[in-house]
Design a protein around this ligand. Structure first.
Ligand code: NAD
Length: 356
């Protein structure tokens, strides 16, 4: 298969970690007979330096013309004083909006080799943590009308929460399709005991369920879900939820797995062209020292293969290689524990390549 990937290295550790992910993709292409070509895109601080704009239209166009986008991270102290609309992070928001990616998918997976890093009790971690939160990204209360008015002599703040059936249906489909590619269990999370938007959410999810008979759908109230994630996360396969609930639950879910450097993410819209990036930032404190953990980015590349290119065997191959390197005791500084062998970014990439 031929695929063109837009590559945004970005700032800070971005170039170091993305370079390792590209070496992994090249090896996968060789092994499985694919052809991956790369289009370099400047976004963030480096684009401000080059163009005076964190994401010029020409760079965004390269992304929307690609089969998918791989991103390192953007931002850093050098651009802290840049005015609001020209900040590096604005490039990221413009990219998400320009690509129309309405679904953010973040896996919460504990690597057994790193179980000690989880703040949960060992007996909970031992049952396994391996689920994905599918979060609606461009609707709901964050995108409603926000206003503060004067009423009866005091200020009253109003944030509007709306969801249309179509907005729910399109994120619901991503939830069901993600579940189809995993353990075929989907948990729809809402607050239907209080909110109209949640009652509509639940109704639409159940209508959709008829189209996906191979997926087992369950419902859970968001407050219960927040408790279940720390009480027994092994019960979840795929969670689908609205924007604000997903924002909070996905941060909770990534915390229980231990290390920020290990976690990938994907954002998808109506087409298979997705945005894939680690959840961490540009880590300016360790940039340029070849000590960053490239695994979150390498696993983001694996997600791209699985969810945008339908290359499940190739994605498995990468994930298994990462697991074997961890089994052998190699760790970057962020996941290091006594008795392990400390390696840098390039060395970690090389070890994963050897296992592919
Ligand atoms: P950060 O995620 O960059 O770093 C937080 C801590 O985690 C730091 O100590 C860092 O060294 C460590 N860390 C992060 N990734 C690591 C990795 N792969 N390997 C080893 N250690 C790692 O968050 P921050 O310091 O709050 O933000 C730094 C910059 O990144 C800011 O400019 C921020 O706006 C930006 N940022 C960008 C994105 C993005 O591009 N998607 C996301 C978050 C923050």
């Amino acid at each position: 298969m031929k695929k063109n990937i837009a590559v945004i290295r970005g700032d800070g550790i971005g170039p170091e970690i993305v370079n390792q992910a590209l070496l992994v993709l090249d090896k996968i292409a060789d092994k499985f007979g694919h052809e991956f070509t790369y289009t370099d895109v400047d976004m963030g601080g480096c684009a401000i330096d080059k163009f005076g704009d964190p994401l010029p239209q020409s760079e965004l166009d390269k992304c929307t013309a690609s089969d998918s986008v791989l991103l390192g991270a953007v931002g850093g102290p050098k651009w802290n004083d840049v005015p609001g609309p020209m900040r590096p992070e604005k490039g990221l928001l413009r990219l998400r909006a320009g690509m129309g990616v309405y679904s953010n998918n973040r896996p919460a997976k504990i690597w057994p080799q790193l179980a000690d890093a989880s703040p949960l009790k060992p007996e909970i971690v031992e049952k396994g943590i391996d689920f994905i939160i599918v979060r609606e990204l461009i609707g709901g209360i964050y995108f409603g009308k926000h206003e503060t008015i004067e009423k009866d002599g005091q200020k009253v703040a109003i944030d509007e929460l709306t969801y249309s059936e179509e907005e729910i249906r399109r994120i619901g489909r991503i939830g069901f399709e993600t579940a189809q590619k995993r353990g075929k269990r989907l948990c729809s999370v809402e607050k239907s005991n209080v909110l109209d938007s949640s009652r509509l959410w639940k109704k639409v999810m159940h209508e959709l369920a008829a189209e996906y008979p191979d997926v087992q759908l369950s419902d859970m109230l968001v407050d219960n879900c927040a408790m279940q994630i720390v009480k027994d996360p092994s019960q979840f396969d795929v969670v689908v939820t609205e924007n604000m609930f997903g924002d909070i639950l996905s941060d909770e879910a990534s915390m229980i797995t231990g290390s920020i450097g290990m976690i990938p993410s994907s954002s998808l819209g109506a087409t298979s062209c997705g945005l894939y990036e680690p959840i961490h930032g540009s880590a300016p404190d360790i940039a340029g020292r070849d000590i960053a953990n490239p695994i979150g980015t390498i696993l983001s590349a694996a997600m791209m293969l699985r969810f945008s290119f339908n290359m499940a065997a190739e994605a498995d191959c990468i994930e298994n290689a990462v697991s074997r390197v961890l089994d052998a005791g190699y760790r970057t500084g962020d996941i290091f524990s006594p008795g392990c062998k400390k390696v840098g970014c390039t060395e970690m990439g090389k070890l994963i390549l050897e296992q592919l």
